[in-house]
Design a protein around this ligand. Structure first.
Ligand code: HAM
Length: 416
């Protein structure tokens, strides 16, 4: 039996890299006052249809949806924002002090063609700030994400920044865009022709060079921004300047989810050479209706952790791997039992050691310990046992010394 297509097992030592990335996220986000939320992997299908939008690819063709034994339609979460919003409403969190600052780390599911970096079960690290409409929150969320990526060791981070305006800005722009594209319908791909009907702004996201050229003459959202949206955007840019966060205006950036409004952003690491974003997201409305039906605005992001780990700089990857423990190798009558007892004794005293349990010969055990990356082998034979000492062998230099058994842990933890 093999794992389901598009899913995979994460195995050691790679899982140590994942743990390090996640520990970094927890540390950095906590520093900005965020608490972790863990929502179920299963939600009512309706949550995503309403929250993410019927016209999006996610809801239209990528959801793992099925009927449970009682015929209720359930969906494996394809994204994290709608579940967080549901949890906020369900638990009345918005009745407390605002803004709420929540982050999540976990598996998400989308039925899409598996390829490098894209999976059917994938992992997101996301954060949501809920309950404040101002540009300060946008600036702080963006700064936090940059901080996180910086701590992961990515270099030359640039925020690609845009505004998609508010509902009123977009309505006018949508109309102008459709007016421009409709007579040019024949030059559009089948996909874009469909979008022209149900979600014309998504066409701006196109990767096709021909369509990009066509769009060069298209109306610009900027010309349709309401005064309020423009002020919000200008203030945000001013704040990013003051925070020393590098950004670049990217007028073509629109995020495909229905709930986005105003600020949208992506972050690229120019040091990576690749222009693929490390993440992307933005501000949204219409998700949390609380406080007497009043909408609570928010801003958030989700990073694809799978890709993040794949492109993690080599130096960070090395830092993430825990040091290999030293190995207690038994000889003669001492046996694995004796090694086990000494290893347990040393661990209790704070040393990082494991016992050799493979029943190998001394030679093979030393070779295996070296290969594991251990710094020392701790040899325990009948003579050592009788004399109350341990022979400590430096696996790099080959140097050996005998140390009193009760001194070994102290010697090792002091750095050997
Ligand atoms: P999204 O752009 O759909 O946004 O997904 C966020 C990230 O998840 C993507 O940039 C990508 O790295 C990763 N991702 C998506 N699908 C896959 C896949 N099949 N395999 C691997 N990685 C994948 C959202 O999900 C929004 N909820 C983000 C958000 C939070 N907006 C506001 N708050």
């Amino acid at each position: 039996m093999r794992s389901v297509k598009g899913t995979r097992d994460l195995l050691p030592p790679e899982t140590a890299v994942w743990q390090w990335v996640e520990a970094t996220a927890r540390r950095v986000f906590a520093g900005y006052g965020y608490g972790e939320v863990r929502t179920p992997a299963l939600e009512p299908t309706e949550l995503f249809v309403r929250g993410v939008g019927e016209a999006t690819d996610i809801v239209g063709k990528q959801m793992y949806t099925f009927a449970d034994r009682k015929g209720r339609s359930l969906t494996l979460r394809p994204e994290g924002t709608a579940p967080v919003a549901r949890a906020v409403v369900q638990h009345g969190l918005a009745h407390g002090p605002l803004p709420l600052k929540l982050f999540y780390i976990g598996s998400h599911f989308r039925y899409e063609r598996p390829q490098k970096g894209r999976y059917r079960e994938f992992h997101q690290i996301g954060a949501e700030l809920i309950g404040d409409p101002g540009p300060h929150s946008d600036a702080e969320v963006i700064a936090m994400l940059v901080r996180f990526l910086d701590e992961l060791g990515f270099s030359d981070l640039v925020v690609l920044l845009n505004t998609v305006g508010d509902e009123r800005s977009r309505a006018g722009f949508r109309e102008a865009l459709v007016e421009y594209l409709a007579p040019r319908r024949a030059e559009l791909s089948a996909e874009s022709r469909r979008r022209l009907e149900d979600n014309p702004l998504r066409i701006l996201d196109t990767k096709s060079r021909r369509e990009r050229r066509l769009l060069e003459g298209a109306p610009r959202l900027d010309d349709h921004l309401t005064q309020e949206s423009r002020v919000h955007f200008d203030e945000l840019r001013g704040l990013l300047d003051r925070l020393g966060v590098a950004y670049r205006r990217e007028p073509r950036l629109v995020r495909g989810l229905d709930y986005y409004t105003r600020t949208v952003f992506e972050i690229v690491s120019e040091g990576l050479g690749a222009q693929d974003p490390l993440d992307g997201r933005g501000r949204k409305v219409g998700l949390v209706e609380e406080r007497g039906g009043e909408d609570l605005p928010g801003i958030g992001f989700a990073i694809g952790e799978d890709r993040l780990v794949e492109v993690l700089p080599e130096a960070s990857r090395e830092r993430a791997l825990p040091p290999a423990p030293d190995v207690v190798i038994p000889a003669g009558e001492v046996g694995a039992g004796g090694a086990l007892v000494l290893a347990e004794e040393l661990r209790r005293a704070g040393a990082g050691v494991v016992a050799e349990l493979g029943g190998r010969s001394l030679r093979a055990a030393l070779k295996q310990a070296s290969r594991s990356g251990a710094r020392h082998a701790l040899l325990l034979g009948d003579e050592e046992l009788a004399a109350g000492v341990v022979t400590v062998k430096d696996l790099e230099t080959g140097e050996q010394r005998q140390i009193a058994r009760e001194e070994v842990a102290r010697w090792l933890t002091a750095g050997g």
